[in-house]
Design a protein around this ligand. Structure first.
Ligand code: CP
Length: 324
């Protein structure tokens, strides 16, 4: 498998074999495969325009564990703040560094984050890795599917994975559900995407995923009823996202109207399979997307998910920097 020098922006750009390769590599790395020199003498920049705990720390630590140097740049501290163009920024950066991990989005301007990432990728010769934009969170989603495989076993593709919208007061990117849906459909998984009316995902991602399941043997369904969707679930993964077609004010009214109904609780797990697991990418506020007893309960795997970000990102970096 040769993924050397590939950008890692959307999981729509990776086929079944490539996704499986990265997940296998992640498992090997977690089990001790030595990648401690893969990034020797390499400098990886982390350009973040939006706050991050997990992604920032796991990338910095992961790069260091692979023998490289990871350096964090707050976009607001760079000359970008004085309107230096992204193209000039990228073309200068590539004279110093060997790869760029980027987080940029503004949910009041859907699509602008992806335009920024594409500008950097198209105008530089270094790999660009998406650390969450307004359309995808590929590192999170692949790490999450790796976690599902660990928890559900090798027949994880047959298990029912419910990715449900949950109330949060913050208006978040739909990157996680987009990336989970596209990767899940490419891998042939069985997924239900549940959300209140008005919170439909991007049609481009939905159409791509519907086509993928036709050839992968997977299953993809949509529901506007979280209780019905929870029936027989093996995974309930809650994630909030901003409505793509409504203004911020309209979205706030819509989400406040459905707040009580779209909070994952034990009543949803009573409908699910007895061994069902609870997932969320974090951060999460207890009592919003899910109740505290679910988030902190025995079915919750949220901290394993967070740990697996480190392993999957090391696998992504290893693949991009030539480990075979
Ligand atoms: N899940 C996730 O991406 O977390 P951070 O926003 O803290 O990086």
């Amino acid at each position: 498998m040769n993924l050397k020098n590939r950008d890692f922006i959307s999981l729509m750009n990776f086929n079944n074999e490539e996704l499986q390769f990265i997940m296998r590599l992640s498992e090997d790395i977690k089990n001790g495969t030595d990648v401690s020199t893969v990034l020797k003498n390499k400098n990886i920049g982390l350009l973040f325009g939006v706050a991050s705990t997990r992604t920032r720390i796991s990338f910095q630590v992961g790069v260091q564990q692979m023998g490289g140097h990871g350096e964090y740049y707050n976009a607001h501290d760079l000359q970008l703040i004085h309107k230096e163009s992204l193209i000039d920024t990228g073309r200068v950066m590539e004279r110093y560094i060997d790869g760029l991990v980027v987080r940029m989005y503004d949910m009041n301007n859907y699509g602008a984050g992806r335009i920024a990432l594409n500008l950097l990728a198209e105008n530089t010769n270094i790999p660009v890795i998406n650390a969450l934009d307004d359309k995808d969170h590929p590192c999170q989603a692949l790490g999450d599917i790796f976690t599902m495989k660990e928890k559900l076993g090798n027949d994880y593709k047959k298990k029912k994975v419910v990715v449900t919208w949950g109330y949060a007061e913050r208006q978040k990117s739909p990157g996680v559900p987009h990336s989970l849906m596209t990767a899940g459909s490419t891998l042939g998984m069985n997924m239900v995407i549940a959300y209140p009316k008005g919170f439909d995902l991007d049609e481009e991602y939905v159409e791509f995923s519907k086509k993928q399941v036709q050839s992968s043997g997977g299953k993809l369904e949509f529901s506007n009823d979280i209780m019905e969707a929870s029936e027989g679930a093996d995974v309930i993964y809650v994630k909030s996202w901003k409505s793509l077609k409504k203004s911020s004010d309209e979205d706030m009214i819509m989400r406040n109207n459905v707040r009580d109904k779209w909070c994952v609780s034990q009543k949803h797990f009573e409908r699910a399979n007895p061994e069902a697991i609870f997932m969320n990418c974090l951060p999460i506020i207890r009592g919003q997307q899910a109740t505290a007893d679910v988030i902190d309960g025995k079915q919750s795997v949220i901290y394993d998910q967070a740990e697996n970000r480190l392993h999957i990102q090391k696998a992504i970096l290893a693949a991009i920097y030539g480990y075979k």
